[in-house]
Design a protein around this ligand. Sequence first.
Ligand code: MG
Length: 380
Amino acid sequence: MNNKRRDFIKKAGVLASSATMLGAVGCNDTSKSANINKGDGKMKLTFQKYELKLKHVFTVAKNSRTTTPDMQVQIHYNGITGYGEAAMPPYYPENPESAAKFYKKLDLAQFKDPFEMEKILDYVDNLDEGNHFAKAPIDIALHDLVGKLMGHPWYRIWGYDRTKAPHTSFTIGIDEPNVVQLKTKEAAPYQVLKVKLGGGNDKEMIENVRAISPEKELYVDVNGGWKDKHEALDMVHWLEDQNVSFVEQPMPKKQVDDIAWLTENSPLPIVADESIHRIPDVLAAKGIYNGINIKLMKATGMRQDHIMITLAKSFDMKILMGCMTATSCSISAAAQLSPAIDWADLDGNLLISNDPYEGVLVKKGKLIIPDRPGIGIKKI
Ligand code: MG
């Protein structure tokens, strides 16, 4: 290792010691005037553990929490920095420590041209099995970097019309009636709410939302919380009368036959979430579900999600794009794909109180993709 690189790593290590110093590793992001020939022509990776602070205690079918572990990643190249992120909720097997272990094995300096995205991301993907969440921020940061080098946001590079970005739902977690009602009041600017069910008080949850918001369109996410297909169908019929648009992951993903039966008999679309990670899962979901919920963290990033959207469309399946609680970094990356989807649940940045970025905005519930290059974020 040469002295220059050792010096850089030493400095990066000092910076990485505090997430509050996140901004310090950023470089000049005025990419439209960037000269890509400046610098040493090597890509360098830095990363920091971050803790997302949730505005409310968040409860889904399996657990409750007030914080979410998160990993922030940067790829530096010739004075330009691409940003990426992995939110790592505790119900998934990865965590910032496993991600850091994975990053220590990566050698991005071997690549001289960030535009060789396929080659670089294949290398990252093949380096180790699994580590999907850890791989996603590398993919996102590389997209951000390449978009900045080109001077264009990814929605433009992919040829999407950003005015076609959908409204996002706002998530109401399982909670006590007064908290559910408070959250529903807070969600007044949003036209669609996504209500978490599967906690044994489903009708009460919906009734508390309806006490505040009688008409609003609802999505529901059961997180695999129902076990009996006949009870599930009864519940779906009841939900249909409550102006619910679709039901996400009604039963555990292993109950494939029960889910297929429910989909066949359901008056509402049944959408896969826990069953969907990467491209082959879209093939497996065909005929079992009506739609899929894609997420950057599950799919290893923007490259795979872009393909999954195309594939699902070819099967005439609906596409919901979801997220974890996260900063505007990964939410803005996801938003670049949003003009191509049917439903958006991209509210993860709205659920935290310590977002270090500004990126995609939400106006009267609609996603507004900024006209900045890359994934469209800037530091606050
Ligand atoms: Mg879900």
